[in-house]
Design a protein around this ligand. Structure first.
Ligand code: AMP
Length: 597
């Protein structure tokens, strides 16, 4: 289905095209028609599936710009989500002249928000507490609201916003459309829909179980801005010859192709805006190896059936779990081994988890190769090329060149080094090593998902006296299989249980961090704020969920004392929670957070 088949206004179609969306995501395809009919909808969808546009587009289509009153209210659990939702709606509203969107959330100056609301706006996006606050002050009038959207409703309930939400729902006109988006359909959610929605339509994307074998899957935690840089390093490090790169939008495909070409990689893009002749041309270049890197959107890649693709790289995490399976299924065909590398931005971490839950495969973390690693790998490959060339003979044809350069006063060593430099064409990248991953790269090496053997880490010296890459020894190059039966780097350890299965090699706690453990799989953290700072459990859950970008419901028990508190978080989130929260504030107080002693 295309966006134009959804009966949308020209203004929305223009915005969607400009945003580079190719086709509606599954949740958009299903939810938008019901919403445009004015029906109440329960959408079961998580972040990263395109749910914001699923409700944002119908909301925008209904706005009457001649009326300056608030007509749509969106409630979100955290300020980060409220800001993201506002930005997405503003992008979609670009050609809807006169439509205004405003955001209200706690932790920001209420006076500034009041001034902004006074100017009048059509759509308000906010967190429940702050929306209530404005309602009580009468700085937000909701008497003309026609549509109310509860985004991540399960999160809001988990964070203790039930009362606020109910009060808001009781205050907005009864003649309205009530839309609820939630990743899970728990009992409290169902109770809420029964109480506040009228004959809601349940929209959820049903997925087939699909599996991929023969594919080594790795993920790399990378800053969004460094994704292309890291991808190029992976191409070099793993010596990838024919590969498919996936992006979510047409715009991104074009940007990535341009940026790769500038770096000297023969990449071409394919997406829905290409004419058939261009498409055929690009495909021919890909097949023949003239442009061995094909950057594609999900739709454009549908018709591609090429064997021998040695890797798929997900530059964006897909909007749908099934897309992931389809994407990576382009490699590992005809009995060959394939690789699937997923570059995960901090904001996509939760999405990766959903994909793992769906595919029931734990996607191990890989290590980002350093610039020195790349130099080492390129050198090693070059050395074998030189060896081949020497063995090929006919060298005497070029003797005179060397002699004339020697006459000009250059030594043989200098000539050789200059030739190597020219031939390798390596340039130091603009990225500092510390600017690639969203956590310190050193952490990866010790991480649970990282290396599992005793060989030295990337670029470190081992006891045989050389750096671990680029040495001419008997160890296999990146990604080649060695005689221990696995590829040489960051591979999935097949003896470990699949994602979500029980590991019968002993209880999880033994492998957990050394801090105080609470419930199985949970770690107790000490937080330096307590009752004296007027901190409530909601404040702690809200701050951690928002800042560390984890769902509120995974946060365990909270124990508030006078001067400090304890909070339990899942073992796997400990590091990101501590990194995100340290030095941050809760209720305006700067906090210190650490694993409880
Ligand atoms: P959301 O689930 O709303 O957080 O959306 C996740 C990301 O997908 C956002 O960056 C959206 O701009 C993007 N997105 C939404 N719909 C589409 C679509 N149909 N095609 C490509 N990207 C989309």
């Amino acid at each position: 289905m295309t966006f134009s088949e959804l009966n949308l206004s020209e203004e929305i179609l223009q915005a969607v095209t400009e945003m580079g969306f190719e086709i509606p995501s599954p949740i958009q395809e299903q939810a938008i028609p019901h919403l445009l009919q004015g029906l109440d909808v329960i959408g079961q969808a998580q972040t990263g599936t395109g749910k914001t546009a699923a409700f944002g587009i119908p909301a925008l289509e209904f706005i009457d710009v001649t009326n300056r009153a608030v007509q749509t209210l969106v409630l979100c659990p955290t300020r980060e989500l409220a800001v993201q939702v506002t930005e997405e709606i503003k992008r979609l509203a670009k050609y809807k002249r006169g439509v205004t969107v405003d955001t209200v959330y706690g932790g920001d100056s209420i006076e500034r928000q009041i001034r902004s609301l006074k100017k009048g706006c059509h759509i308000v996006v906010g967190t429940p507490g702050r929306v209530m606050d404005h309602m009580e002050r009468r700085t937000l009038k909701l008497d003309q609201v026609k549509m109310i959207i509860l985004d991540e409703a399960d999160e809001m309930l988990d964070m203790g916003f039930r009362e606020d939400i109910e009060n808001i729902l009781l205050d907005v006109p009864k003649e309205r459309q009530t839309v609820l988006f939630s990743a899970t359909m728990s009992k409290p959610i169902m109770a809420m829909t029964q109480k506040f929605q009228r004959n809601p339509v349940l929209v959820k994307v049903v997925k087939k179980e699909l599996t991929n074998v023969n594919i080594e899957q790795l993920c790399f935690e990378v800053k969004q801005s460094a994704k292309v840089e890291v991808m190029c390093r992976l191409i070099d490090a793993y010596d990838l010859k024919l590969l498919l790169v996936f992006c979510n939008t047409k715009r991104k495909v074009d940007e990535v192709v341009e940026s790769m070409k500038m770096r000297g990689y023969a990449a071409e893009g394919i997406h829905g805006d290409l004419r058939q002749t261009q498409r055929t041309q690009v495909m021919a270049m890909f097949r023949s190896g003239k442009a061995p890197i094909l950057v594609a959107t999900d739709v454009a890649a549908r018709g591609i059936d090429v064997t021998g693709v040695d890797a798929v790289i997900n530059l964006d995490l897909p909007l749908d779990e099934e897309y992931y399976v389809h994407r990576i299924g382009r490699t590992g065909r005809a009995g060959l081994m394939g690789k699937a590398f997923t570059l995960v931005g901090k904001d996509e971490k939760y999405r990766l988890r959903q994909i793992q839950e769906f595919t029931k495969v734990r996607i191990e973390k890989g290590v980002i190769p350093s610039f020195e690693d790349i130099v080492g790998v390129r050198k090693a490959r070059f050395i074998s090329k030189i060896t081949e060339s020497i063995q090929g003979g006919d060298l005497e044809l070029y003797d005179d060149m060397l002699t004339s350069l020697q006459h000009e006063g250059f030594s043989t060593d200098q000539v050789v080094s200059a030739l190597v430099k020219m031939s390798l064409g390596l340039q130091r990248s603009d990225f500092a090593e510390s600017d690639l991953a969203w956590e310190d790269r050193r952490d990866f090496k010790n991480d649970r998902g990282g290396r599992r053997d005793d060989r030295p880490a990337y670029g470190q010296r081992d006891d045989r006296g050389g750096s671990s890459y680029g040495r001419r020894d008997d160890r296999p190059a990146y990604g080649q299989r060695d005689d221990r039966g696995g590829s040489s780097f960051g591979r999935r350890d097949d003896s470990r249980p699949a994602y979500g299965q029980r590991d019968d090699r002993g209880p999880r706690r033994e492998t957990g961090p050394r801090g105080a453990t609470g419930e199985a799989g949970m770690v107790r953290l000490f937080v330096s704020v307590g009752r004296r700072d007027r901190v409530r459990p909601n404040d702690i859950v809200g701050a951690i969920a928002g800042e560390a970008n984890i769902p509120g419901k995974v946060i365990g028990s909270i124990d508030i004392h006078d001067e400090y508190s304890f909070v339990e978080v899942p073992e796997r989130d400990v590091k990101s929670v501590i990194t995100a929260m340290n030095g941050n504030t809760i209720k305006g107080v700067e906090i210190n957070i650490e694993v409880a002693k």
